[in-house]
Design a binder for this molecule. Structure first.
Ligand SMILES: NC(=O)C1=CN([C@@H]2O[C@H](COP(=O)(O)OP(=O)(O)OC[C@H]3O[C@@H](n4cnc5c(N)ncnc54)[C@H](OP(=O)(O)O)[C@@H]3O)[C@@H](O)[C@H]2O)C=CC1
Ligand SMILES: O=C(O)CCC(=O)C(=O)O
Ligand SMILES: [Mg+2]
Length: 744
């Protein structure tokens, strides 16, 4: 960045956070403009990414620049200061819905080719593949992850605890995971002593070698390879279903088809074809002709059979229903609408769905709309075991108590596409039996190999030494700064973790750790110790790899705070810049539905408030900008006040919602800037705003709440109309006028 004026980039994303931005951003700019800080936007929504991918299909005025690529570049700038809101990691059904919406708005982008037949179609599918799943985070997260609940947020949870379902020792809920044939049991891992080039190869039974990929590996880099047996996976699904049917426990599947965008949809597809085995056996040929893809869920069947004559459709629907007679009850995403756990792969996402289940007495909702004990099926045993451990703990100790429990901040390894984040282009569903191997290009020696069968899922993951070193440093820094014990969760039995243990032990020596309690534990002792401390009100930092970062930063916050949206989520970038993420959760699609139907947005922007305060504070320090520091301090106080006075959004229509909470933030923030004495000019500038907002509090809240209870039109879902959205999200004329008066 050659431009020296202080700048914050605020991302425009999807769904609820994008709606919240339409209300919050004008408020933020009202505060930052007088301080000479510009807040620029960068649109990384699914819709914008689609439009940026297909410029040649669009008219000149419809074209957009590839903002994700621009932003990705910026992460390497030491001045980068990015506030990133959660974005949709799209599954294929979501991507198709976004494409259809854009087409209906007159954007002539190509449809998604399910089964590309020509080179042109393969090219289109390949370009769309780059938009699918977790496509944004690995690009922008050029640093490791620091997620925690600030003291004010913990204090709020203690004062206004969220509901927690009771746990009974008699609960039949449990986690089910594979005992063999999964990634965990086949994992191999090496650390490269010197930089080198390697080839990933498949050797067929006829001895023919197919080079799948060539990679350059750095010195000290960790490379893993592993596979999941399709046969073992299918048997596992069948066994869990049979067990549920016999014992009357409900069956549910929890995967992360969004972040593990290549491997988990395949796992999901196996679950669909095993559960609906009779259906797929009977109609397999027809489904193939129609282009049904079980990896997209049962919704793919419903979607594709629409092309058939009514009588044939009816027969298939009857056969779908017949499957339920031989299967146990399945958890529902929406029992009223008949949407099951196997409908769409992105509906049930393990990081959020498992904590929600544990918070709800270990129960999920069945087809009859009643909460029931559940067998939570998570094939990969690597991480599923931690959930069983928490379930056991709750059965013994009862539910966690938000009013007394401690906190579990996380330091997560994710920089430079560490671990699973970089695995997508090295994941293969095998077309034949044979051997998958990694070969050193220098001398042809085999570094790792697996005997695989047709249908198995094989993948490789990379972790750069620099990322690991930075992660260890961040863990020591956080432990020191917060005076909190830290545990590195590294499993002795795991090949990858064994390599990491060696590095962690070595890199810890680079730091002064005197007086700190830093340990390395396998996952089960790590979570046990953490939970034992937790119920005694004690805090423990979890220092983990990328997947556990994702899982634990929903798991513990959802117990502690009710939602991970209230987390502070920082990515100190390796190049020196900072990215401040909002919360640790997603984009909450349910919230948009409520807004459209009832004009109430229950999205809590607390994550945005926290991220903005740190962003301003960092800007103040790094760019030596005292005004940014004044704004940051005032914002922190305003957020504390907002929490103390319980001005967060309510879930119920008619009560204060997202817009109302933004008003309170603006009022408290203006009051705090007006009250401070570090910057007289800002004080004078904000005193009238503070006065206007304070005097008009009742009127503004009334204006904001009066619009609720009726449908709202935002002109789209993935690509909403900005003017309509603005009208919906900024309905208080009094508030708008007060903010406008600050201009000029
Ligand atoms: N950082 C990122 O970019 C992330 C993106 N995602 C993406 O988000 C989408 C949805 O994912 P999903 O796993 O369902 O997770 P969500 O976090 O969106 O949803 C889980 C539940 O958490 C609650 N919640 C989340 N954020 C807030 C908030 N700010 N205010 C109030 N409540 C909140 C809601 O519960 P309630 O019912 O109580 O309202 C919501 O239904 C997917 O497309 C996923 O890929 C997911 C995680 C992170
Ligand atoms: O990258 C994604 O798809 C989601 C990531 C996520 O859930 C998280 O970072 O907590
Ligand atoms: Mg997550």
């Amino acid at each position: 960045m050659t431009d020296k004026s202080p700048k914050i980039i605020y991302t425009l994303t999807d769904e609820a956070p994008a709606l919240a931005t339409a209300s919050l951003l004008p408020i933020i700019r009202t505060f930052t403009a007088p301080a000479g800080i510009s807040v620029e936007t960068s649109d990384i929504s699914v819709a914008a990414r689609i439009l940026a991918t297909f410029p040649e299909y669009l008219s000149e005025d419809q074209r957009v620049v590839d903002t994700l690529a621009e932003l990705g570049e910026m992460t390497h700038d030491p001045h980068a200061n990015i506030i990133k809101l959660p974005n949709v990691s799209a599954s294929i059904p979501q991507l198709k819905a976004a494409i259809a919406e854009l087409q209906s708005q007159g954007y002539k982008i190509p449809s998604y080719p399910d089964e590309p037949a020509t080179d042109a179609e393969r090219d289109i599918q390949g370009r769309y593949a780059k938009i699918l799943g977790s496509a944004v985070n690995p690009v922008l997260r050029q640093g490791n992850s620091d997620r925690r609940a600030p003291a004010a947020v913990k204090a709020y949870a203690r004062k206004f605890p969220h509901s927690m379902g009771k746990w009974s020792a008699a609960s039949r809920s449990h986690a089910a995971y594979m005992k063999g044939g999964d990634f965990y049991s086949s994992e191999q891992s090496i650390t490269l002593p010197e930089e080198t080039d390697v080839r990933i190869e498949f050797v067929g039974q006829d001895g023919k070698v197919e080079v799948k990929k060539e990679l350059h590996l750095e010195k000290g880099e960790v490379l893993d390879s592993m596979f999941m047996s399709a046969k073992a996976l299918r048997k596992f699904f069948e066994d869990t279903l049979e067990d549920c049917r016999e014992t009357g426990v409900m069956w549910s599947l929890h995967v992360k088809a969004t972040m593990m965008k290549v491997s988990h949809p395949i796992v999901f597809g196996h679950a669909v074809t095993v559960f609906y085995k009779d259906l797929f056996e009977k109609h397999g040929k027809l489904f193939e002709e129609l282009g049904v893809n079980p990896n997209n869920g049962l919704s793919s069947v419903y979607d594709k059979i629409k092309a058939l004559p009514d009588s044939q459709q009816e027969e298939i629907l009857k056969d779908i229903h017949a499957c339920y007679a031989n299967r146990p009850e399945m958890a529902m995403v929406d029992s009223v609408k008949g949407i099951t756990n196997l409908h769409i792969p992105s509906d049930v996402i393990v990081d959020a769905s498992m904590p929600a289940m544990i918070r709800n007495s270990g129960q999920m909702w069945g087809p009859d709309g009643k909460a029931k004990d559940t067998k939570a099926v998570m094939p990969e045993s690597t991480y599923a075991r931690i959930y069983q451990e928490m379930i056991n703990f709750c059965k013994t100790n009862g539910a966690f108590d938000p009013t007394t429990m401690g906190t579990v901040p996380n330091v997560g390894l994710m920089a430079m596409k560490a671990e699973e984040y970089g695995s997508h282009d090295k994941t293969y569903e095998l077309k034949a039996d044979g051997i998958m191997r990694v070969v050193d290009a220098k001398d042809g020696s085999v570094l790792m190999q697996h005997k695989v069968e047709k249908g198995d899922i094989w993948r490789a993951c990379q972790t750069k030494d620099a990322a690991i070193r930075d992660w260890v440093k961040l863990a020591v820094t956080r432990s020191r700064q917060s005076n909190t014990p830290a545990i590195f969760w590294l499993d002795k039995e795991r090949a990858h973790d064994a390599q990491l243990r060696l590095k962690v032990e070595a890199y810890l020596k680079e730091h002064d750790t005197t007086g700190l309690d830093i340990r390395i534990n396998s996952y089960i002792p790590a979570i046990r110790r953490t939970m034992e401390r937790l119920i005694r009100g004690k805090d423990t930092i979890s220092v983990t790899g990328n997947v556990l970062r994702d899982y634990l930063t929903d798991l513990f916050p959802i117990m502690e705070l009710g939602t991970s949206a209230k987390m502070l989520s920082i990515v100190p970038m390796l190049a020196g810049g900072g990215m401040y993420e909002t919360g640790a959760g997603g984009s909450a699609p349910k919230h948009v539905q409520q807004l459209v139907e009832e004009n109430h947005l229950r999205w809590d922007s607390l994550g945005e408030f926290l991220a903005l305060a740190v962003s301003l504070e960092e800007l103040g320090i790094k760019e030596n900008n005292p005004r940014a520091k004044v704004l940051a301090k005032a914002l922190d106080k305003a957020t504390e006040k907002l929490l103390e006075n319980n001005k967060s959004p309510s879930r119920r229509t008619g009560e204060l919602d997202n817009r109302g909470s933004h008003f309170y933030l603006a009022m408290y923030w203006a009051q705090e800037v007006a009250a401070q004495d570090d910057d007289a000019e800002l004080k004078a500038k904000f005193a009238p705003l503070a006065q206007t907002l304070t005097e008009n509090e009742a009127k503004i809240v009334e204006e904001l709440n009066a619009v609720q209870g009726k449908p709202a039109d935002i002109g789209g879902y993935y690509h909403a109309d900005p003017e309509k959205t603005k009208a919906v999200m900024r309905p208080s004329a009094t508030l708008n006028a007060a903010l406008a008066s600050m201009k000029g």
